[in-house]
Design a protein around this ligand. Sequence first.
Ligand code: ZN
Length: 217
Amino acid sequence: MRIVLIGPPGAGKGTQARVLAGLLAVPAISSGDLFRAETSRGSALGELVRRHTDAGELVPDELTATLVTRRLREPDAADGFLLDGYPRTVGQSELLERALDEDGTVLDAVIALDLPDDEIVRRLTGRRVCPACGTTVHTVFSPPRVPDRCDGCAGPLVRRADDTEETVLRRLAVYAEQTVPLLRWYTDRELLRPVDATGTVPEVCDRMRSALSLGAR
Ligand SMILES: [Zn+2]
């Protein structure tokens, strides 16, 4: 199956991408991973990617599409793939559609994880990290044994600047602005499968299976 997975920050998209890719026995492919791999190889394209990311700019759609298309044409993706968080915009989805069309293939479905804003805020603002050893906890979902202290090294836990309510709400606004047209685009193509992302990882996974008509485990 050829699947695109879309989801807001805090919806557990990375985790669900791994689970679903394993289930479908296809590679999970994210543009962020492709950027990192290409820059660490030091290729000409990697240097181009680095120039944009170093300047704090988005990598241009055409460049991202080149990297994604090349990855989709590798042998392990011949029978299917799961694109994790790509495309993000209608422009990117048009480039993807064109590349698949050249290969004589189409997407089977686009899964859109759906989570209420207040739940996203609750999940993201509760995250705490230990700057000393990198341990991550959550004040609600995985609280440390001693409040505000790292279980690993007993150092003080801090909240990242990205995880304040104000920043989370701003990220959600950007996500909605980009994603609403994208969801409409895939609805028009009868590919969109909205999936409720509340609850546990196995619960969400079961809903994704139903959305793809994969049957029960
Ligand atoms: Zn620590």
